[in-house]
Design a protein around this ligand. Structure first.
Ligand code: SLL
Length: 254
């Protein structure tokens, strides 16, 4: 049976997330990668700012229509629109770091407003490895894992999101109460939900994995315990001081 897909009907109780990576890479000009002729002498780096799938089998174009990269106003045509199918990236040369605004526009079926992200373009080494990277004139990578969350997507978009066979997997839409969607019903019957998965283990190309996520959760739990212990201790000290203050108050009354 085929249900008509309505553009405005939302699939109740469903949340679908789609992972992606955003960030930048930057390489300094040097004798092995000289500044091409025509590039201003003050430009020190070539850089790329991007939005990419987490793994090569994930296809952002199911949900991503275009990305507007807003560069620093020192750049000509500082607002760059990159349309599907991408790659959703801008490569430039320059001398300075700045905040890039990335505005994500979704496919029309999504019936969703655009979402904005910011990325601090990194040209110079940072973090514990900075000295070695400086010496090696390494490519500087600064990137983040992110997920776009579609809450109660409209039926047509739900179909688009869930009917891509390369995305069968474990994590994904939750809840799904009372929806009479065909693919939702099917995925329930199969005990699976079609989704974009975070790989179990990370790799050289993709540092984001379920294992890393679990380690992060464990770290946060530990930190939470520590903070709770500190709060308890501080509360004890406070109670003691309150008691003393009361005693002093009574003494001065008496
Ligand atoms: C800084 N606040 O002073 C930052 C601004 C701007 C970087 C950095 C321009 C290249 C061009 C360029 O590299 N701008 O003019 O073509 O560090």
């Amino acid at each position: 049976m085929v249900y008509p897909r309505h553009a405005k009907h939302r699939v109740k109780g469903v949340q679908i997330h789609r992972p992606f990576v955003y960030g930048s890479t930057a390489t300094p000009f040097d004798p092995s990668q000289p500044r091409p002729s025509g590039i201003p002498a003050e430009h020190t780096h070539r850089w790329t700012v991007f939005i990419r799938p987490l793994t090569p089998d994930q296809d952002l174009t199911h949900w991503l229509k275009k990305v507007q990269f807003k560069l620093h106003e020192t750049y000509a045509n500082s607002s760059r629109m990159i349309e599907s199918p991408g790659p959703f990236e801008v490569t430039e040369t320059g001398w300075g770091e700045f905040e890039v605004q990335l505005k994500l526009f979704f496919v029309p079926e999504a019936n969703e407003k655009s979402q904005t992200l910011w990325h601090g373009l990194k040209l110079h080494p940072f973090g514990p490895d900075a000295e070695r990277q400086r010496l090696e004139r390494a490519t500087i990578v600064s990137q983040n894992y992110e997920e776009v969350l579609f809450t109660e997507p409209v039926e047509a978009f739900f179909e688009v999101l869930t009917s891509n066979p390369s995305m069968m997997g474990g994590r994904g839409s939750k809840g799904a109460k009372g929806a009479k969607q065909s693919s939702l019903a099917m995925s329930r019957r199969q005990g699976t939900e079609r989704t974009a998965e975070v790989p179990v283990k990370d790799s050289k190309e993709n540092p984001y994995s379920q294992e890393k996520e679990m380690a992060e959760v464990a770290r946060l739990r530990e930190a939470y315990k520590k903070v709770e212990a500190m709060i308890k201790q501080e509360k004890g000290i406070l109670a003691e001081k309150e008691k003393k203050r009361e005693e002093l108050g009574k003494e001065s009354e008496g």
